[in-house]
Write a protein that binds this ligand. Structure first.
Ligand SMILES: Cc1cc2nc3c(=O)[nH]c(=O)nc-3n(C[C@H](O)[C@H](O)[C@H](O)COP(=O)(O)OP(=O)(O)OC[C@H]3O[C@@H](n4cnc5c(N)ncnc54)[C@H](O)[C@@H]3O)c2cc1C
Length: 335
């Protein structure tokens, strides 16, 4: 079989779809099992949700790492993944799947590029990522200026009045992270109740942040390229007030879609892909790890996915080479 350049198409042992934290660690472990590995990622960069939503947030719930910024975690995971030189393809959404007569898979990306592989590990998270947009007239005009959907650099908010719209995990986390840096933090949420980790919510409620509930952002006012004032509305009384702001951070959730993968014939459960305790999906040769999977008591945390990846790899190896013993192998064996 030939690729679009006329070269014979290489058959990889494993293709990991998704270059988030779990895809990256899984790629490292593939190298430990001496498997020819390719990662295909939709975004123009690696790191999945960590890079997209919270590069500067401090992650505190990975064993042995008391505190690490999202950015540093991804830097280290990328370095670790590159130990065995996997092929990394960015800017491609995998959309098509075909099982060839020899049992290998042919994957097709949105741009038509094709990839051959003996096994697949889906590390797609909940799918490709887009932030839910602020539904206020003219909002798109200020996007990327002082209206943002994620925090790239905490320092951009230093000594500023930051208004955060939202009441979920991200809004609460960012409010707490920005409080020591910003001059003032105002949180606007359409419900009285916040969702997220209780401790973080308590910290926010005890903090100096101004909390406006049940309120929504109603209008944005400013110059051509910057918002200077916003109008917020109390949903119980319909009263409005005008607030001067420097920066607006919108955390209204995000749209994540697995796209055409939903039509591949995989078994789904509660919106995620059902796997057994080998991380095997219902399609032989296709495994999954990380946020995309579902099994009883699945934890949607990075630490959980770090164990699922190697399990998927060991079983993918056993699928290709059934005669090989399926046993845990330590990194000491390889360095
Ligand atoms: C705001 C926020 C804070 C969080 N804080 C923490 C925390 O403190 N600690 C913690 O443990 N967890 C935290 N999490 C959860 C953690 O980020 C996820 O559990 C983790 O990112 C899952 O990693 P993953 O690799 O499975 O998926 P993802 O990180 O979602 O990566 C999946 C990648 O697959 C790509 N992809 C999807 N479909 C395709 C396709 N068809 N083709 C090609 N590429 C595709 C996507 O573009 C994405 O880059 C947080 C999540 C959020 C949103």
């Amino acid at each position: 079989m030939w690729d679009w350049m006329g070269n014979e198409m290489k058959i990889y042992d494993v293709t990991i779809i998704g270059g988030g934290p779990i895809g990256l660690f899984t790629a490292f472990y593939c190298g430990m099992r001496e498997m020819e590995t390719k990662i295909i990622e939709f975004l123009p960069y690696l790191g999945g949700k960590v890079s997209y939503f919270y590069p500067e947030k401090v992650i505190r719930d990975i064993g042995g790492i008391p505190a690490v910024s999202g950015e540093n975690l991804i830097k280290q995971l990328t370095e670790q993944a590159q130990t065995f030189n996997p092929t990394i393809v960015l800017n491609q959404q995998v959309v098509g799947l075909e099982r060839l007569v020899d049992g290998t898979f042919l994957l097709t990306s949105h741009n038509g590029e094709q990839h051959r592989t003996r096994t697949i590990i889906l590390a797609t998270g909940f799918g490709t990522l887009k932030s839910a947009k602020l539904d206020v007239e003219g909002a798109e005009r200020f996007e990327g200026r002082n209206l943002r959907y994620g925090v790239e650099r905490l320092n951009d908010y230093r000594d500023k009045h930051v208004l955060i719209s939202g009441g979920g995990n991200s809004a609460v986390d960012w409010a707490n992270e920005l409080l020591p840096i910003a001059r003032q933090v105002t949180v606007v949420h359409r419900r009285h109740v916040f969702s997220g980790l209780e401790r973080n919510i308590s910290n926010l409620r005890k903090s100096a942040a101004t909390i406006l509930t049940p309120h929504v952002l109603d209008a944005l006012h400013g110059t051509d390229d910057r918002i200077e004032r916003v109008c917020v509305k109390n949903l119980e009384t319909n009263e409005t007030q005008v607030i001067e702001v420097d920066e607006i951070l919108v955390n209204h959730g995000f749209c994540i879609d697995l796209g055409p993968i939903k039509g591949w014939g995989l078994d789904f459960e509660y919106g995620n892909i059902k796997v057994d305790n080998r991380m095997q999906t219902n399609i032989e040769g296709i495994f999954a790890a990380g946020d995309v999977v579902n099994y009883p008591n699945k934890l949607h945390l990075i630490a959980g996915g770090f164990s699922e990846g190697p399990t998927a790899v060991n079983n993918a190896k056993a699928y290709i080479e059934p005669e090989k013993e399926l046993k845990p192998i330590y990194s000491t064996t390889h360095f």
